[in-house]
Design a protein around this ligand. Structure first.
Ligand code: BES
Ligand code: MN
Ligand code: ZN
Length: 496
């Protein structure tokens, strides 16, 4: 989908459908609405006074143009009350416009920024572009194409009248962020037999070449040479070779401490010998969502030329049972030199992350953030509305909470107190990989914290937020790309 900004005159602009937002409680029409209403002989005023359309959030009305109007359809979308308008409502409104266009089988449409002029123009433009481009994404590559398939919306013009500096740039930024998020969603959606660790590495290589990132991929031989025994231990039961992907963006000064992003890239999690029950196991193709988000974020960071050094690290493997698989009770080595007693092979994410985080910590980053579909426990704690964020620096946790507010991907803190550490005490090794049922998301993060040393670090547990039913207008059932946008936002705000 092509999303761009165009300067137009409301009545001359040629489009199959022009979308304009209407605030709840609008009495006197101003701006575009006044001009459009006059051209339609007062149709908008009549709709409002009939009470059929009141500008409530979710309200929708389609009017039809005449020979005198450039638009064939005028889609009015209720925005709700003006004091509730924010970036997220702009994203959703743009998404709703795409859904209406799909229902009408249109291939293009325009969205006016006029009604949003109360909030900051450039962020509005960025959010509109994001919402449109996110809504337009669909995972079709594994379905046979048919002539009865509905057409795709391929072009969206974000339109305005004033050539406000920065608006067209902001639309470009929003589109790039959404395209990067959609890249993550596509990777997430690919099933385990397609998206293997080697496949993720190939996709990372292709993407890196396209946007100009440095890349190094470790195969199993290299992982052994490096001493990444935890990744290898998880991968032992699988026929697919593990990988560790390292992407580098050198946008900052030489020698400037990097920001490090780490994402769990477990391409299929059957649980290993601690096998998961069959129901819903197919969802475990999404266990590489964190890795996909890091790959997406790195793509956007390169494309936007963010002035910072950023490193993205994705440890990737499968977790399957077999005669060579890791067994409950096995004690394994890690890159950090700590030994781990693996009492449940289904707690594998923290094992591959242990090596990746320690590798990241050796780069002496200014800050390190990991994201992982790590525990069922976080779904019990926060449901599907927020990821958990836990870290060893309060200010870093706060930065991520606010990055999530801006990007529309919420995260909320859980405590990382020392008192939980004893749940990981082992008789045989330095630590257990599981701390029992109580506070499962917290003890998982405590486990990770053992491998980051003194580096400022925070962890996002995205098991409840990486994919879902697709309730928002710009989502679809399946992959969300969460927290690609949050990571991009955080890195950009850090870069100043
Ligand atoms: N990948 C799962 C976590 C998960 C659960 C992701 C639900 C998405 C949705 C992780 O590897 C796992 O199996 N965690 C176990 C840990 C337990 C054995 C301590 C869990 O949460 O049950
Ligand atoms: Mn697991
Ligand atoms: Zn897992």
């Amino acid at each position: 989908m092509l999303v761009r900004y165009v300067d137009v005159e409301p009545l001359k602009h040629e489009t199959p459908m022009l979308t304009v937002g209407v605030l709840e409680g609008t009495e006197t029409l101003t701006g575009w609405l006044a001009i459009l209403d006059t051209a339609l002989g007062g149709a908008i005023r009549r709709a409002l006074s009939s009470g059929d359309f009141r500008g409530k959030s979710g309200d929708e009305l389609v009017l039809y143009g005449s020979g005198n109007t450039g638009f064939r359809r005028l889609l009015l979308l209720g925005l709700g009350q003006s004091d509730r308008l924010d970036w997220e409502s702009v994203r959703r409104t743009a998404g709703r416009a795409i859904r209406v266009a799909e229902r009408m089988r249109l291939e293009s449409l325009s969205i006016s920024l006029d009604a949003f002029s109360d909030i900051d123009a450039t962020s509005t433009a960025q959010a509109a572009a994001e919402g449109a481009a996110l809504a337009g994404w669909k995972f079709r590559e594994l379905k046979t194409a048919s002539s009865t398939d509905p057409p795709e919306v391929t072009a969206v013009d974000i339109v305005g009248v004033d050539d406000i500096t920065g608006v067209s740039r902001a639309v470009e930024t929003g589109a790039k962020i959404a395209v990067a998020t959609n890249f993550a969603r596509t990777l997430q959606s690919r099933p385990g037999n397609v998206a293997t660790p080697a496949h993720l590495a190939e996709e990372a290589e292709r993407m890196a070449a396209q946007v100009g990132l440095d890349i190094t991929v470790f195969n199993e031989r290299r992982l052994r040479d490096e001493g990444m025994h935890a990744i290898l231990a998880v991968s032992r039961g699988s026929e697919e070779e593990a990988r560790l992907i390292v992407l580098k963006h050198n946008g900052g000064a030489d020698g400037e401490a990097p920001l490090v992003l780490v994402g769990k890239g477990l391409t299929f999690d059957a649980g290993g010998i601690s096998l998961k029950p069959p129901k819903g196991m197919e969802d475990m193709k999404f266990d590489m969502s964190g890795g996909a988000a890091v790959m997406g974020a790195m793509q956007a960071i390169a494309e936007l030329g963010v002035p910072a050094n950023v490193v993205g690290i994705v440890p990737s493997s499968e977790n399957l049972p077999s005669g060579s698989a890791l067994k409950p009770g096995d004690v394994i080595d890690t890159l950090a030199g700590k030994t781990v007693e693996v009492i449940n092979t289904d707690a594998e994410g923290r094992l591959i992350l242990a090596d990746a985080l320690h590798y990241g910590a050796r780069l002496e980053p200014a800050a390190m953030v990991d994201c992982a579909t790590l525990t069922g426990s976080v779904v019990i704690a926060l449901g599907h509305q927020a990821a958990a964020v836990l870290g060893n620096r309060e200010d870093l946790v706060d930065e991520l909470v606010s990055a999530g507010e801006s990007s529309g991907e919420r995260c909320w803190p859980l405590p990382l107190w020392d008192v939980y550490r004893e749940q990981l005490d082992s008789e045989t090794a330095d630590l257990l990989n599981v701390g029992g049922r109580p506070a499962g998301a917290i003890t998982a993060a405590i486990f990770l914290s053992e491998f980051v040393g003194e580096v400022p670090w925070a962890h996002l547990d995205i098991a409840g937020t990486a994919y879902g039913d697709g309730k928002l207008p710009y989502q679809r059932k399946g992959a969300y790309g969460f927290p690609t946008r949050m990571l991009i936002h955080w890195v950009r705000s850090r870069a100043g």
